[in-house]
Design a protein around this ligand. Structure first.
Ligand code: BES
Ligand code: ZN
Length: 469
């Protein structure tokens, strides 16, 4: 690694300045496509978004294919003219977005990008269209200015990240040869704070389950039957209440069995970050925090597994009162996992637990909807060195190492199946409202992200060559 202070190469910097406005307008066009992967009525929009990415890639000189899957298509872009000795970098991102509801809580429409106070507001602005598109602009910068890239590049954009990436693992297995690469870069995460670039060292995994409770054959009059017939809404509430103990630990037998403690140095680095629990309370609008005893809020978010109810459904929830004893109830429950918990094992433990605590008079089924493995980074090697230097060049200060509570299911698969180390450098910010109304990305971070991603290519070429001796 070269020892000079890293800077954005001046030819790329000049191109970025001249093209910032266009890069923003193009992102706006991408953001107007309501590519909500969870909703079947948006299947066509997902294809349109895939086509948008493929067109953006062919426009800058990539070859791009749209590959169908049982769900939404995968876009694969390739540029392989850097020569046989140059490394190959794979850029991963997702063009799908979360549902925008509740729509009435958006200040400006979810799919009509709007700039206010230096932020681009729109569903998908930060998660992940803005962070995917900034890489495409960085690639364009090189090709426009120099007519070439310093490394071979594969761009892999999927349309099912927000629903668990169920078809991606098989794709990686099947296309292992074609996807062979020396490193992966992903921008689908947040920075620790404004102005503090960050490299992620861990992601939690996920086991997403649905619990359906069935009581009587149909809805009943709650006066005529209530008291003698077990109520499925109450039965579900009882089941859910057994998932934690009174202190906030997950009380499902075996749940913590395979949790590997985070190394002391990683915990020490986390403790050294200027994190304020009061700031977190303010950010989310609560007056107290909760969770597992013995850990700071940051450790609970980044290093500990959890169980959350994501949705509940039963009985009458419309206007006014209706006296009914519902026949069914349903809960969506997700478990965030840490190394070395395994989603399939967790699903089995939950199923066994529900069977154990099931009240009489009802039946319950537990269905696994999707899962993803947790991930912890090695944080060594040329791509990490290059990422540090690229972020320092763009933001003028060294990045911090952070953890993350969210999940990107495919990250572990990249390492396991492709054998490639992953650099997670995100450009989101705390309070960005990902998955919520009024999602935003900072205009400045979008622009600095383009510069960092462009610089990364040069830095990776150098770091890779030096690592080869
Ligand atoms: N970009 C997020 C994950 C994320 C959020 C990473 C914040 C780092 C910081 C991603 O799009 C996401 O939301 N993933 C889902 C995955 C799930 C559906 C398996 C998540 O974490 O809920
Ligand atoms: Zn995302």
């Amino acid at each position: 690694m070269s020892s000079t202070a890293p800077t954005i190469p001046s030819d790329l910097a000049a191109w970025c300045v001249a093209n910032d406005a266009r890069a923003q307008n193009e992102l706006f066009a991408f953001l107007r496509i309501p590519s909500v992967s969870a909703r079947s009525e948006h299947k066509g929009d997902c294809l349109i978004a895939a086509q948008f990415v493929a067109d953006a890639l062919t426009h800058i000189g990539f070859r791009a294919d749209i590959i169908p899957t049982p769900g939404h298509p995968i876009v694969l872009g390739e540029w392989r003219h850097a020569g046989p000795d140059a490394p190959t970098l794979l850029v991963y991102g997702h063009y799908d977005v979360q549902p925008a509801e509740p729509l009435e809580l958006w200040t400006s429409p979810a799919f009509e990008p709007t700039v206010r106070d230096g932020r681009i507001y729109a569903r998908g602005s930060v998660d992940d269209k803005g962070q995917l598109y900034l890489h495409i602009k960085a690639l364009e910068a090189h090709l426009a200015v120099r007519g070439t890239l310093p490394v071979n590049v594969i761009v892999l954009a999927e349309g099912e990240e927000e629903v668990g990436s169920e078809n991606l693992e098989a794709f990686l297995q099947r296309e292992q040869q074609r996807l062979k690469c020396d490193a992966v870069v992903i921008s689908d995460s947040t920075m620790f704070a404004p102005g503090i670039p960050s490299i992620l060292s861990s992601l939690r995994g996920m086991a997403y389950l649905q619990i359906d409770v069935q009581g009587p054959a149909g809805d009943l009059h709650s006066g005529m039957y209530g008291g003698a017939v077990v109520n499925p809404a109450m039965a579900l509430a009882r089941i859910l209440a057994t998932f934690h103990d009174a202190d906030g630990r997950v009380a499902i037998s075996g749940f913590y069995d395979h949790v590997r403690p985070f190394p002391d140095n990683v915990r020490a680095q986390m403790r050294a970050l200027p994190f304020s629990e009061a700031g977190l309370m303010h950010e989310v609008g609560v007056t107290a925090l909760g969770g597992e005893p013995g850990y700071t809020a940051l450790e609970r978010l980044w290093t500990r597994p959890t169980c959350e109810v994501n949705g509940l459904l039963s009985g009458y929830t419309g206007e006014g009162a209706k006296t009914v004893l519902p026949a069914i109830s349903m809960a969506k429950v997700s478990f965030r996992l840490v190394p070395d918990q395994d989603p399939d094992t967790i699903a089995r433990l939950v199923r066994e637990h529900v069977a154990r605590v099931l009240p009489i008079g009802v039946t319950a089924t537990v269905t696994a909807l999707h899962g993803g493995r947790p991930w912890r980074a090695d944080l060594q090697g040329p791509i990490i060195d290059a990422g540090k230097r690229a972020l320092q060049a763009a933001f003028g200060r060294e990045p911090v190492i952070t953890g993350e509570g969210g999940s990107i299911p495919v990250v572990g698969d990249f390492e396991r199946i492709l054998g490639a180390p992953v650099l997670l450098m995100g450009f989101g910010l705390p309070g960005e409202n990902a998955h919520a109304p009024n999602e935003w990305i900072s205009v400045e971070n979008y622009q600095l992200g383009i510069r960092a991603a462009a610089t990364l290519l040069d830095e990776f070429a150098v770091a890779f060559t030096m690592s080869r001796g």
